[in-house]
Ligand binder design. Sequence first.
Ligand code: B16
Ligand code: MG
Length: 220
Amino acid sequence: MEKIGFLFDLDGVIVDTAKYHFLAWKDLAEELGISFTPKDNERLKGVSRMASFEVILEIGNRQMSQEEKEAYCTRKNSVYLNYIDKLRTDEVLPGARQFLEAAREAGIPIALGSASKNSRRILEKLELTELFDAIIDGTVVSAAKPDPEVFTKGAEALGLPYESCIVFEDSLQGIQAGLNAGSKVVALTTTVSRDKIEKLKANKIIDNFAGLEIDDIIAL
Ligand code: B16
Ligand code: MG
């Protein structure tokens, strides 16, 4: 059998960190007198920290220097990390830990492909680090999804051709990034509605990992 690898997004696939990003951004937005709603937060999923802040500034019709933006992003991150440091292992999304463990047992190499610069800290808190052979995150990737960089780098780290990898993603940009890499994509409906996901060409759509068998995925 041809060797395959798995490439996992983090937020919305393994854990819901979006709610903590929201709380931290909301704090900052309030301080700046900008109204920031849960609906606005949807625009930040899968988007880098700086690009997220630029969306918030656009909502508030505000401009500031690069230096000021960086200072605000640093402050937002320290508020966000207070939440991350309280993450519990039972916050792993349904079935994800079991699916990762089953993949490991089946000898399938696994890489993370996330925009977050805090990925390693989050995996540590969730006690999942040992299940990953490679971590490709916001500290090593420069192009934002839907650019395929995060997943092509993941496949390269696993020593596999892009088309031999299967990407697990929840955001529309992330699903498109996986397809742009030439990989197969399993889309999760955790954060975006099924009808929007169906407009893309994902190979499989699932609600979560509960009950998902490795063989269902190998067969793709
Ligand atoms: P950080 P993913 C993304 O994670 C989040 O979806 C996005 O909302 C966040 O802005 C981004 O990580 C950067 O996060 O501030 O921790 O570097 O979906 O790519 O795993
Ligand atoms: Mg995501």
